[in-house]
Design a protein around this ligand. Sequence first.
Ligand code: PTJ
Length: 253
Amino acid sequence: MSEVDVPDSHPRYESLLTRHRIEEGVEKGITSRQGLIAQGRGEAFDYLLGERTIDSAEGAERAAAAHLLLADHPVLSVNGNVAALVPAEIVELAEVTDADLEVNLFNRTEERIEAIAEHLREHGAGEVKGLTADGRIPGLDHERAKVDADGIGDADVVVVPLEDGDRAEALGEMGKTEIVVDLNPLSRSAQVGTVPIVDNVIRAVPNITAHARELQGQPETELRTIVDEFDPDTALEAAERAIRDGDVDIGEQ
Ligand code: PTJ
Protein backbone atom coordinates (compact mmCIF):
# COMPACT_ATOMS: atom_id res chain seq x y z
CA MET A 1 0.00 0.00 0.00
CA SER A 2 1.07 3.58 -0.53
CA GLU A 3 0.34 7.23 0.18
CA VAL A 4 -3.17 6.83 -1.36
CA ASP A 5 -4.18 3.48 0.12
CA VAL A 6 -4.14 1.67 -3.20
CA PRO A 7 -1.38 -0.62 -4.41
CA ASP A 8 1.03 1.05 -6.81
CA SER A 9 0.14 -1.66 -9.33
CA HIS A 10 -3.38 -0.16 -9.59
CA PRO A 11 -3.92 1.07 -13.18
CA ARG A 12 -5.06 4.47 -11.88
CA TYR A 13 -2.33 4.71 -9.24
CA GLU A 14 -0.54 7.76 -10.61
CA SER A 15 -3.76 9.65 -11.20
CA LEU A 16 -5.11 8.82 -7.73
CA LEU A 17 -1.83 9.85 -6.11
CA THR A 18 -1.90 13.14 -8.01
CA ARG A 19 -5.46 13.90 -6.91
CA HIS A 20 -4.61 13.04 -3.33
CA ARG A 21 -1.62 15.42 -3.34
CA ILE A 22 -3.64 18.27 -4.83
CA GLU A 23 -6.45 17.79 -2.29
CA GLU A 24 -3.92 17.76 0.51
CA GLY A 25 -2.33 20.89 -0.96
CA VAL A 26 -5.68 22.71 -0.72
CA GLU A 27 -6.19 21.50 2.86
CA LYS A 28 -2.73 22.79 3.84
CA GLY A 29 -3.31 26.21 2.25
CA ILE A 30 -0.68 25.59 -0.43
CA THR A 31 -2.84 25.04 -3.49
CA SER A 32 -5.66 27.37 -4.56
CA ARG A 33 -9.15 25.97 -5.15
CA GLN A 34 -8.66 26.96 -8.80
CA GLY A 35 -5.76 24.55 -8.70
CA LEU A 36 -8.27 21.70 -8.43
CA ILE A 37 -9.91 22.82 -11.65
CA ALA A 38 -6.53 23.17 -13.39
CA GLN A 39 -5.67 19.65 -12.28
CA GLY A 40 -8.91 18.27 -13.75
CA ARG A 41 -8.17 19.93 -17.06
CA GLY A 42 -4.64 18.56 -17.05
CA GLU A 43 -5.89 15.05 -16.27
CA ALA A 44 -8.11 15.04 -19.33
CA PHE A 45 -5.16 15.81 -21.61
CA ASP A 46 -2.97 13.31 -19.78
CA TYR A 47 -5.61 10.62 -20.27
CA LEU A 48 -5.60 11.30 -24.02
CA LEU A 49 -1.80 11.14 -24.08
CA GLY A 50 -1.97 7.70 -22.46
CA GLU A 51 -0.51 9.01 -19.17
CA ARG A 52 3.00 8.60 -20.48
CA THR A 53 5.88 10.76 -21.60
CA ILE A 54 5.69 10.87 -25.38
CA ASP A 55 8.94 10.98 -27.37
CA SER A 56 8.65 14.66 -28.27
CA ALA A 57 8.22 15.52 -24.57
CA GLU A 58 11.30 13.48 -23.72
CA GLY A 59 13.22 15.51 -26.30
CA ALA A 60 11.86 18.74 -24.79
CA GLU A 61 12.90 17.60 -21.31
CA ARG A 62 16.43 16.97 -22.58
CA ALA A 63 16.53 20.41 -24.24
CA ALA A 64 15.24 21.94 -20.99
CA ALA A 65 18.06 20.27 -19.05
CA ALA A 66 20.63 21.59 -21.54
CA HIS A 67 19.21 25.13 -21.25
CA LEU A 68 19.35 24.96 -17.45
CA LEU A 69 22.97 23.76 -17.47
CA LEU A 70 23.96 26.52 -19.90
CA ALA A 71 22.12 29.27 -18.00
CA ASP A 72 23.85 32.04 -16.04
CA HIS A 73 20.94 32.37 -13.66
CA PRO A 74 18.23 29.71 -13.91
CA VAL A 75 15.10 30.05 -11.76
CA LEU A 76 12.36 27.48 -11.15
CA SER A 77 9.00 29.13 -10.58
CA VAL A 78 6.79 27.30 -8.09
CA ASN A 79 3.02 27.73 -7.79
CA GLY A 80 0.44 26.02 -5.61
CA ASN A 81 0.00 22.99 -7.87
CA VAL A 82 3.71 22.38 -8.37
CA ALA A 83 4.37 22.66 -4.62
CA ALA A 84 1.66 20.09 -3.88
CA LEU A 85 2.60 17.66 -6.66
CA VAL A 86 6.40 17.65 -6.83
CA PRO A 87 7.93 19.42 -3.80
CA ALA A 88 10.93 17.12 -3.32
CA GLU A 89 11.44 16.69 -7.07
CA ILE A 90 11.55 20.45 -7.80
CA VAL A 91 14.02 20.95 -4.93
CA GLU A 92 16.20 18.20 -6.42
CA LEU A 93 16.06 19.79 -9.89
CA ALA A 94 17.15 23.12 -8.36
CA GLU A 95 20.09 21.40 -6.67
CA VAL A 96 21.25 19.52 -9.75
CA THR A 97 21.05 22.57 -12.05
CA ASP A 98 22.13 25.13 -9.44
CA ALA A 99 18.87 27.04 -9.95
CA ASP A 100 16.98 29.35 -7.59
CA LEU A 101 13.49 28.43 -6.42
CA GLU A 102 10.94 31.24 -6.47
CA VAL A 103 7.32 31.04 -5.36
CA ASN A 104 5.31 32.92 -7.94
CA LEU A 105 1.53 32.77 -7.78
CA PHE A 106 -1.34 33.56 -10.08
CA ASN A 107 -3.66 34.07 -7.09
CA ARG A 108 -1.05 35.74 -4.92
CA THR A 109 -1.39 35.94 -1.14
CA GLU A 110 1.44 36.39 1.35
CA GLU A 111 0.06 33.51 3.46
CA ARG A 112 0.17 31.06 0.58
CA ILE A 113 3.69 32.17 -0.44
CA GLU A 114 4.87 31.60 3.14
CA ALA A 115 3.14 28.22 3.31
CA ILE A 116 4.68 27.08 0.01
CA ALA A 117 8.17 28.31 0.96
CA GLU A 118 7.87 26.42 4.26
CA HIS A 119 6.62 23.29 2.44
CA LEU A 120 9.63 23.44 0.07
CA ARG A 121 12.01 23.89 3.01
CA GLU A 122 10.44 20.82 4.65
CA HIS A 123 11.38 18.99 1.44
CA GLY A 124 15.01 20.09 1.60
CA ALA A 125 15.07 23.55 0.00
CA GLY A 126 17.52 26.16 1.25
CA GLU A 127 16.66 29.70 0.22
CA VAL A 128 13.24 30.17 -1.36
CA LYS A 129 12.62 33.46 -3.17
CA GLY A 130 9.31 35.15 -3.86
CA LEU A 131 8.51 37.17 -0.78
CA THR A 132 10.62 40.25 -1.49
CA ALA A 133 8.59 41.05 -4.62
CA ASP A 134 10.71 44.09 -5.48
CA GLY A 135 10.67 43.44 -9.24
CA ARG A 136 7.87 43.73 -11.81
CA ILE A 137 6.99 41.95 -15.05
CA PRO A 138 5.99 44.75 -17.44
CA GLY A 139 2.52 44.63 -18.99
CA LEU A 140 0.69 42.74 -16.23
CA ASP A 141 -1.62 43.95 -13.49
CA HIS A 142 0.00 44.66 -10.13
CA GLU A 143 -0.36 41.40 -8.17
CA ARG A 144 0.50 38.98 -10.95
CA ALA A 145 3.46 41.12 -12.03
CA LYS A 146 5.33 40.77 -8.73
CA VAL A 147 8.66 38.92 -8.80
CA ASP A 148 11.93 39.12 -6.88
CA ALA A 149 14.36 41.44 -8.65
CA ASP A 150 17.25 39.08 -7.88
CA GLY A 151 15.16 36.00 -8.76
CA ILE A 152 12.88 35.76 -11.80
CA GLY A 153 13.59 39.46 -12.45
CA ASP A 154 17.26 38.68 -13.06
CA ALA A 155 16.92 35.17 -14.54
CA ASP A 156 17.99 34.29 -18.07
CA VAL A 157 16.22 30.90 -18.02
CA VAL A 158 12.92 30.34 -16.16
CA VAL A 159 11.02 27.09 -15.72
CA VAL A 160 7.30 27.86 -15.47
CA PRO A 161 5.17 24.79 -14.90
CA LEU A 162 1.37 25.21 -15.25
CA GLU A 163 1.69 28.90 -15.99
CA ASP A 164 -1.06 31.34 -16.88
CA GLY A 165 -0.85 32.34 -20.56
CA ASP A 166 -0.66 36.08 -19.97
CA ARG A 167 2.30 35.87 -17.69
CA ALA A 168 4.09 33.32 -19.85
CA GLU A 169 3.78 35.75 -22.74
CA ALA A 170 4.98 38.71 -20.66
CA LEU A 171 8.01 36.77 -19.36
CA GLY A 172 8.89 35.81 -22.93
CA GLU A 173 8.69 39.46 -23.93
CA MET A 174 11.29 40.24 -21.25
CA GLY A 175 13.68 38.16 -23.35
CA LYS A 176 13.85 35.22 -20.96
CA THR A 177 14.22 31.65 -22.15
CA GLU A 178 11.03 30.04 -20.93
CA ILE A 179 10.66 26.35 -20.24
CA VAL A 180 6.93 25.65 -19.94
CA VAL A 181 5.39 22.44 -18.59
CA ASP A 182 1.75 22.18 -19.67
CA LEU A 183 -0.33 19.18 -20.69
CA ASN A 184 -2.32 21.30 -23.12
CA PRO A 185 -0.28 21.88 -26.29
CA LEU A 186 -2.80 24.53 -27.39
CA SER A 187 -2.49 26.64 -24.24
CA ARG A 188 -0.96 30.06 -24.73
CA SER A 189 1.85 29.21 -22.30
CA ALA A 190 2.87 26.18 -24.35
CA GLN A 191 2.57 28.19 -27.56
CA VAL A 192 4.90 30.98 -26.37
CA GLY A 193 7.46 28.84 -24.52
CA THR A 194 11.02 28.50 -25.85
CA VAL A 195 10.78 24.87 -24.75
CA PRO A 196 7.19 23.65 -24.33
CA ILE A 197 7.05 20.35 -22.46
CA VAL A 198 3.69 18.64 -23.00
CA ASP A 199 3.85 16.20 -20.11
CA ASN A 200 2.52 15.82 -16.59
CA VAL A 201 4.64 17.84 -14.18
CA ILE A 202 4.96 14.72 -12.01
CA ARG A 203 6.85 12.99 -14.83
CA ALA A 204 8.47 16.06 -16.41
CA VAL A 205 10.37 17.40 -13.39
CA PRO A 206 12.16 14.12 -12.49
CA ASN A 207 12.88 13.54 -16.18
CA ILE A 208 14.54 16.95 -16.58
CA THR A 209 16.64 16.16 -13.50
CA ALA A 210 17.67 12.79 -14.92
CA HIS A 211 18.72 14.43 -18.22
CA ALA A 212 20.60 17.18 -16.34
CA ARG A 213 22.51 14.55 -14.36
CA GLU A 214 23.41 12.72 -17.54
CA LEU A 215 24.44 15.90 -19.40
CA GLN A 216 26.45 17.39 -16.55
CA GLY A 217 30.09 17.65 -17.53
CA GLN A 218 29.33 17.53 -21.26
CA PRO A 219 31.15 20.18 -23.30
CA GLU A 220 29.24 23.41 -23.89
CA THR A 221 29.18 22.74 -27.64
CA GLU A 222 27.28 19.50 -27.02
CA LEU A 223 24.70 21.29 -24.86
CA ARG A 224 24.33 24.04 -27.47
CA THR A 225 23.70 21.44 -30.16
CA ILE A 226 20.88 19.90 -28.09
CA VAL A 227 19.35 23.36 -27.54
CA ASP A 228 19.68 24.35 -31.22
CA GLU A 229 18.24 21.12 -32.53
CA PHE A 230 15.06 21.40 -30.48
CA ASP A 231 12.14 22.84 -32.43
CA PRO A 232 9.13 23.93 -30.32
CA ASP A 233 6.66 23.87 -33.23
CA THR A 234 7.55 20.29 -34.14
CA ALA A 235 7.20 19.24 -30.48
CA LEU A 236 3.81 20.93 -30.15
CA GLU A 237 2.55 19.39 -33.38
CA ALA A 238 3.64 15.92 -32.24
CA ALA A 239 1.85 16.38 -28.91
CA GLU A 240 -1.34 17.58 -30.56
CA ARG A 241 -1.22 14.64 -32.95
CA ALA A 242 -0.75 12.20 -30.06
CA ILE A 243 -3.76 13.69 -28.27
CA ARG A 244 -6.05 13.79 -31.33
CA ASP A 245 -5.09 10.45 -32.86
CA GLY A 246 -3.85 8.64 -29.76
CA ASP A 247 -4.71 5.05 -29.10
CA VAL A 248 -5.66 5.10 -25.43
CA ASP A 249 -4.90 1.80 -23.80
CA ILE A 250 -4.12 2.28 -20.16
CA GLY A 251 -6.30 -0.28 -18.50
CA GLU A 252 -9.60 -0.03 -16.70
CA GLN A 253 -10.72 3.62 -16.33
O1 PTJ B 1 -1.04 28.57 -7.37
P1 PTJ B 1 -1.43 29.67 -8.32
O2 PTJ B 1 -2.22 30.75 -7.64
O3 PTJ B 1 -0.25 30.26 -9.04
O4 PTJ B 1 -2.42 29.05 -9.44
C1 PTJ B 1 -2.00 27.97 -10.24
C2 PTJ B 1 -3.04 27.61 -11.32
C3 PTJ B 1 -2.56 26.34 -12.01
C4 PTJ B 1 -4.40 27.38 -10.64
C5 PTJ B 1 -3.14 28.80 -12.32
O5 PTJ B 1 -1.89 29.06 -12.87
C6 PTJ B 1 -4.18 28.51 -13.38
O6 PTJ B 1 -5.35 28.83 -13.27
O7 PTJ B 1 -3.70 27.89 -14.47
P2 PTJ B 1 -4.60 27.49 -15.75
O8 PTJ B 1 -4.83 28.72 -16.58
O9 PTJ B 1 -5.76 26.64 -15.34
O10 PTJ B 1 -3.59 26.60 -16.56
C7 PTJ B 1 -3.08 25.42 -16.04
C8 PTJ B 1 -2.56 24.59 -17.22
O11 PTJ B 1 -1.80 23.52 -16.68
C9 PTJ B 1 -3.69 23.95 -18.06
O12 PTJ B 1 -3.36 24.09 -19.43
C10 PTJ B 1 -3.66 22.47 -17.67
O13 PTJ B 1 -3.96 21.63 -18.75
C11 PTJ B 1 -2.21 22.29 -17.24
N1 PTJ B 1 -2.03 21.28 -16.19
C12 PTJ B 1 -2.85 20.98 -15.15
N2 PTJ B 1 -2.34 20.01 -14.37
C13 PTJ B 1 -1.13 19.68 -14.92
C14 PTJ B 1 -0.93 20.50 -16.07
N3 PTJ B 1 0.18 20.42 -16.82
C15 PTJ B 1 1.13 19.53 -16.44
N4 PTJ B 1 1.00 18.73 -15.34
C16 PTJ B 1 -0.11 18.77 -14.56
N5 PTJ B 1 -0.24 17.98 -13.50
